[in-house]
Design a protein around this ligand. Structure first.
Ligand code: FAD
Length: 416
């Protein structure tokens, strides 16, 4: 077909963004015989934050034909999460958990990981164009995207369906006015990578370490050992607490690292390997995760908070669920995107939301550091920390708010 932009290309599915959500959705659809075109505005490898995966995500990588490549890539193995606050410490081993499924995963440099996933998608028949930016979309039963390449050439792609996996680019929420305020307060993160030189045995490299600031329970740090003696370190707080001029970011993060006893002891003098970054106001939401001819995946939909490393897992879960729903639709079935995609995806997001909200009030910290926790309850909490936030056999998934409120009463010794 000819248009003012030249030939109108046709594809079954157009995917905006080649991050984890886009790559996994594209691969699943291509494996089912659909023609898929991924449009990515950047060139890979490119830096991205979000380096600590959860074991639940392994099942989606496996189904998308990516697991072996991930296993062979030499990423840092991960089997749990440890939490510290001053003298208090609590460690969760994800292999000991309520839900069935993977108990281990990896801590990854996202530049390498994301490139590997999109390459595996391309190996399986997905067409990928880097340096191509999606500018606008016509919605409806015959959606079409307007795309611009790096030379400024515009062209259009007609698709039977569009998946928006544009992350914080949030292409369709912005173009279609779907954004709604997130109920999470505006927080920020200061972060970098350091050369860690950690002596063997000084810390458990197989776990992310989450440390609470000695004086402020709403301020926390991550320490994520990566392969090759590199560690990702960051601090999260209300945006104003980390609001320093760009030239002072490095000094601020250094001061914060040294203020926390565990991370300060391990990384207090470790040299930064890249400029200290700041990202703020990252919590996002949308009124719905679908519309005529499109669905929103990963961060293009809702993003809560980094504290439980749930972002990539939610992105891959959304990719899997959207691909399943779309394959049924393309096969001629009538599907209800609200009931088949939006509601089931939000179920797990709501589980994480209950945990995140109680982390910042301090209630979940009391639960996590409670020394007399029963093994059964620890396994249920461990399952959610491992990403199994959709397994309704876990009471903390089936009814997270009521269960956490009751558990906090036990752990704090105070009725709420
Ligand atoms: P992305 O990975 O962001 O990919 C989106 C892609 O779309 C990008 O490559 C972008 O270039 C492309 N794009 C954007 N606009 C356009 C356009 N107009 N046209 C074409 N392409 C476009 N998650 C974890 O799982 N573990 C963690 O430890 C973790 N830590 C975090 C720490 C912080 C401080 C923050 C803010 C987040 C963290 N996350 C973490 C969340 C994680 O970063 C995201 O959830 C995850 O990257 C989302 O993946 P995605 O595929 O949805 O989007």
């Amino acid at each position: 077909m000819s248009t003012e932009f030249g030939e109108l290309e046709q594809t079954d599915v157009a995917v905006i963004g080649a991050g984890p959500a886009g790559a996994v959705a594209a691969a699943l659809l291509a494996r089912a015989g659909k023609s898929v075109l991924v449009l990515e505005r950047q060139h890979f490898p490119r830096f991205s934050i979000g380096e600590s995966l959860l074991p639940q995500s392994m099942a989606y990588l496996e189904e998308a034909g990516m697991l072996q490549a991930v296993v062979e890539a030499g990423f840092q193995y991960k089997n749990g999460a440890s939490f510290v606050h001053g003298e208090k410490a609590s460690s969760y081993d994800f292999r000991d958990k309520h839900s069935e499924g993977w108990g281990t995963t990896y801590q990854v440099e996202r530049a390498v990981f994301d490139q590997l996933l999109i390459r595996r998608a391309a190996d399986q028949g997905v067409q990928v164009r880097f340096g191509h930016t999606v500018r606008s979309m016509r919605t409806g039963h015959e959606p079409a995207l307007e795309v611009e390449d790096e030379k400024g050439n515009a062209y259009r792609v007609a698709a039977r369906f569009v998946l928006d996996a544009s992350g914080f680019g949030r292409v369709l929420p912005r173009l279609l006015g779907l954004e709604t305020p997130s109920h999470m307060p505006a927080r920020a993160a200061l972060f970098s990578h350091v050369q860690d030189a950690l002596p063997a045995g000084s810390t458990d490299r197989d776990k992310i370490c989450v440390a609470v600031h000695p004086e402020r329970r709403d301020v926390w740090y991550w320490m994520i050992p990566l392969a090759g003696g590199r560690t990702s370190v960051g601090c999260v707080a209300e945006a104003a607490f980390l609001d320093v001029p760009e030239t002072q970011r490095e000094a601020k993060l250094r001061e914060l690292i040294r203020a926390e006893p565990t991370i300060g002891r391990l990384l207090g003098d470790a040299p930064f390997l890249m400029p200290v970054n700041r990202i703020a106001g990252y919590s996002t939401n949308v009124e719905r995760l679908h519309g005529p001819g499109f669905a929103l995946l990963g961060n293009a939909g809702e993003f809560l908070d980094p504290v439980f490393s749930s972002g990539v897992t939610i992105a891959l879960r959304s990719a899997h669920l959207a691909a399943q729903t779309l394959l049924r639709q393309l096969g001629g079935e009538r599907v209800d995107w609200a009931a088949d995609y939006d509601a089931p995806l939000r179920k797990g997001i709501d589980t994480f939301r209950a945990f995140v909200e109680r982390w910042y009030t301090g209630e979940l910290q009391d639960i996590i550091f409670y020394a007399q926790q029963t093994p059964k309850i620890r396994r249920m909490i461990s399952a959610i920390l491992a990403g199994y936030a959709w397994d309704e056999t876990n009471p903390y998934v089936a009814d997270p708010v009521r269960r956490l409120t009751a558990l906090y009463e036990v752990c704090s010794g105070e009725p709420t």
